[in-house]
Design a protein around this ligand. Structure first.
Ligand SMILES: Nc1ncnc2c1ncn2[C@@H]1O[C@H](COP(=O)(O)OP(=O)(O)O)[C@@H](O)[C@H]1O
Ligand SMILES: [Mg+2]
Length: 556
C-alpha cells in the first residue's frame, strides 16, 4: 500500500483538492438533513437560530454545491487514477523490456497479459476510490463528532464509537474472514487467460488428436473454480453489507435512547435529542464507503502485488550503456560453459567449455545433433543470456563490456523461428531498419529470394500477414526472416538454420547472396544441410568444440 501511495507523489496537489472537495460535499449532504431537523423544530414552535426561509435557501444551495463538489472530487480522483495507470503501464513495459528475453522465455504469456491489462486496470479502484475516500472519512468523522459532541460530550463519544465500528472494526473483521479470496481470484483469472491463449494457439493439434472434449473439460473446470471464488466473494460482500447496515441502525437507536435519557435528566434540550440523532443518521456515507472498500481492497492489493512483482524482478542480463562504441573486428568464444538451469528448473550443462574463433570476413559453419546447443551458442553471442563461465568476445572485448545497443547493431540474428507481427509485410521487414527505403527493402528481399513471391501477392509489400504469420508458409516466413537479417546490414550475421524449410532452388539463390554479401561480412551459419555447408569457409561441429578445443570438421 505504501508503495502504491508513493506513486501519487507528483499529483499531491490534485489529491488534496479531491479530499477538500469531497469533505465539503459530504458535509453539505449531511447538513441538508440536519437543516431539515432544524426546520421541523421551527415548525414545532421551538426557538431556532435560523428562520424557515433561510433554512430552505441554505438547503437548496447545499444541494447544488453538493453536486458541483462531488463532480469536482470525482474528476480529480479519476484524473489522478488514469494518469497513474498510464505511468504504471509505462513502468511495466520498461520492466518487461529489461527482463527480455531470458526471464520471459517460458513464462506464462496469458498471465502476463492479464497483469498488463486487468490487474493494472484494477488499480483504478485504489487511486480513484480508496485514498481520498479514506482521508475524507477521517476528517469528516472528526468534524461530525465535534458537532454532535457540542450538544453533549457523551453523544459525541457515542458517534465516534459508531464511526469507528462501521468504518474500521467491521472491515478489519471482514478482511480477516475473507482470507485470500482476492489473491486467489486474481491468480486463477491469470491462469485462465493463459490456458485460453494456449488452447487457441494449439487449436489444430487439439482438433487433429481429438482432444477437444478434454480441453473443454479443463477449461470448464477452471471457469467453474473462478466463478466459485467469485461467488464466495460476492456472498461475503452481501453479508458484509447486511452486517454494516444492521450495525448502523443499532447505533442510530442507541443515539436516540441516549439523547432521550439525557433529555429526561435535563442534560440536553429537545434540539439536543433531534439534531444529534438526525445528524448521525445522515452521516454514515463516508465510513460506509470506507467499509465497502474492505472486500474490494483485497482484490486491488492482489493486483498491485502482481504488478509490483514484475517491477521488482531483476533481469538475468543487465543492459550495458556508457561504454566506448566499438566496430566489429571478429569474435570468439573461450571455454564457454552454460546451462539454462540457473534460470529455469533443472537442465544440466548445454555447453561445456566450448571455444570457437570467428575471424572477420569468413563464413563459419556450425553443425551438430539436434539439441546439442547450436541455437544456444548463437544466443550467447547475442548476449540474450550471460555465460556461466568462460567468455564471449567481440573485437577482443568481452561482450559484457559492450553497449547493448552497439552489440545489437553489430549483429544480425536470424532465429530458428521467424516471428511475424500482425502487420503488413513491409512493416514486418522494416523492424530490422526503421528508416529503410523501399529500394533497400526490395534488394534485401531479392537476396533472400522472396521478392518475386511478395510481388505475386495482390497487395505486394502491403499485404497483411495474419497473426503470428499464420497466412504464410514456413519457407516464406523463413525467407522474410532472412530478408530482415540482410536489411539490418550488420557486419556479423548469425543465421540459425536459415534454409531448413527451403527447396534447393531458393536455397541456391540465398547461398549465392550470402557469398555475394560476404564482402566485409562475417557469417555464422547453423545448418543440417550438407548443401548449405558447402559455402562455409570453416565448419565446426558443436560437440567437438567442447573441451577438446577447436576441431575442424572439414573445409569444403
Ligand atoms: N529457454 C530454454 N530453457 C531451458 N532449456 C532450453 C531452453 N532453450 C533450449 N533449451 C535446451 O537446451 C538444449 C540446447 O538447445 P538448442 O541450443 O536449441 O539446440 P540446437 O539448436 O542445437 O538444436 C536443448 O536440450 C534444449 O532443450
Ligand atoms: Mg536450434
Amino acid at each position: 500500500m505504501a508503495r502504491l501511495i508513493g506513486l501519487v507523489k507528483p499529483l499531491t496537489g490534485f489529491m488534496v483538492l479531491a479530499v477538500v472537495m469531497g469533505l465539503a460535499g459530504h458535509l453539505c449532504a449531511s447538513f441538508i438533513t440536519i437543516l431539515g431537523g432544524y426546520a421541523a423544530l421551527g415548525l414545532l414552535g421551538f426557538d431556532t437560530a435560523l428562520n424557515l426561509k433561510a433554512i430552505f435557501a441554505c438547503a437548496l444551495s447545499f444541494a447544488v454545491l453538493r453536486a458541483v463538489l462531488r463532480y469536482g472530487e470525482q474528476s480529480c480522483n479519476h484524473f489522478i487514477a488514469f494518469k497513474l495507470l498510464a505511468l504504471i503501464r509505462d513502468k511495466v513495459f520498461h520492466g518487461l523490456r529489461k527482463l527480455c528475453p531470458a526471464k520471459l522465455e517460458g513464462r506464462d504469456k496469458g498471465d502476463l497479459i492479464s497483469v498488463i491489462t486487468s490487474d493494472i486496470e484494477l488499480l483504478e479502484v485504489f487511486y480513484a476510490h480508496t485514498i481520498s475516500p479514506t482521508a475524507i472519512a477521517l476528517l469528516y468523522t472528526a468534524i461530525m463528532c465535534l458537532f454532535i459532541g457540542s450538544f453533549h460530550p457523551g453523544l459525541g463519544i457515542l458517534a465516534f464509537a459508531a464511526y469507528l465500528t462501521v468504518g474500521i472494526i467491521i472491515p478489519l473483521i471482514i478482511l480477516g474472514l475473507s482470507g485470500k479470496d482476492g489473491m486467489e481470484f486474481r491468480t486463477e483469472s491469470g491462469e485462465l487467460s493463459g490456458f485460453v491463449l494456449d488452447s487457441l494457439r494449439g487449436l489444430s493439434e487439439t482438433i487433429q488428436y481429438g482432444r477437444g472434449g478434454e480441453r473443454l473439460k479443463q477449461m470448464n473446470e477452471k471457469t467453474d473454480a473462478l466463478s466459485e471464488t467469485e461467488k464466495r466473494m460476492k456472498r461475503n460482500a452481501g453479508r458484509n453489507m447486511a452486517v454494516t447496515n444492521t450495525v448502523i441502525l443499532v447505533f442510530d437507536l442507541c443515539m436516540l435512547f441516549l439523547s432521550a435519557a439525557l433529555y429526561q435528566k435535563d442534560k440536553v434540550d429537545f434540539t439536543g435529542v433531534l439534531i444529534p440523532t438526525v445528524a448521525l443518521f445522515s452521516s454514515f456515507g463516508p465510513v460506509v464507503a470506507l467499509a465497502n472498500l474492505g472486500s474490494t481492497l483485497q482484490n486491488t492489493f492482489a493486483a498491485g502485488n502482481r504488478v509490483l512483482d514484475i517491477l521488482d524482478e531483476t533481469p538475468m542480463v543487465q543492459e550495458v550503456t556508457g561504454k566506448e562504441e566499438i566496430i566489429f573486428q571478429g569474435a570468439c568464444a573461450e571455454n564457454v560453459s552454460f546451462s539454462y538451469g540457473a534460470c529455469h528448473d533443472g537442465g544440466g550443462a548445454v555447453l561445456d567449455r566450448v571455444s570457437l574463433e570467428i575471424p572477420k570476413g569468413k563464413i563459419i559453419g556450425l553443425v551438430g545433433k539436434s539439441g546439442s546447443g547450436k541455437s544456444t551458442l548463437l544466443k550467447l553471442f547475442m548476449r540474450f543470456w550471460d555465460v556461466g563461465s568462460g567468455k564471449v568476445e567481440i573485437s577482443g572485448r568481452s561482450i559484457n563490456e559492450v553497449n547493448t545497443s552497439n552489440l545489437r547493431d553489430m549483429e544480425g540474428f536470424m532465429t530458428q523461428e521467424t516471428h511475424l507481427f500482425h502487420d503488413s509485410i513491409r512493416n514486418n521487414l522494416r523492424i530490422a531498419k526503421l528508416d529503410a527505403t523501399d529500394a533497400e527493402i526490395e534488394s534485401a528481399c531479392q537476396k533472400a529470394s522472396v521478392h518475386d513471391f511478395i510481388m505475386s501477392l495482390p497487395q505486394g509489400y502491403d499485404t497483411p500477414v495474419g497473426e503470428l504469420g499464420d497466412t504464410l508458409s514456413g519457407g516464406e516466413r523463413q525467407r522474410i526472416g532472412l530478408a530482415r537479417a540482410f536489411l539490418h546490414n550488420a557486419p556479423l550475421l548469425l543465421l540459425d538454420e536459415p534454409t531448413s524449410n527451403l527447396d534447393s532452388l531458393n536455397e541456391a539463390v540465398i547461398l549465392k547472396s550470402l557469398r555475394g554479401e560476404q564482402e566485409g561480412k562475417t557469417v555464422v551459419l547453423v545448418s543440417h544441410r550438407q548443401s548449405t555447408m558447402r559455402i562455409a569457409d570453416i565448419v565446426y561441429s558443436v560437440e567437438s568444440l567442447s573441451q577438446t578445443g577447436r576441431q575442424l570438421l572439414f573445409t569444403p
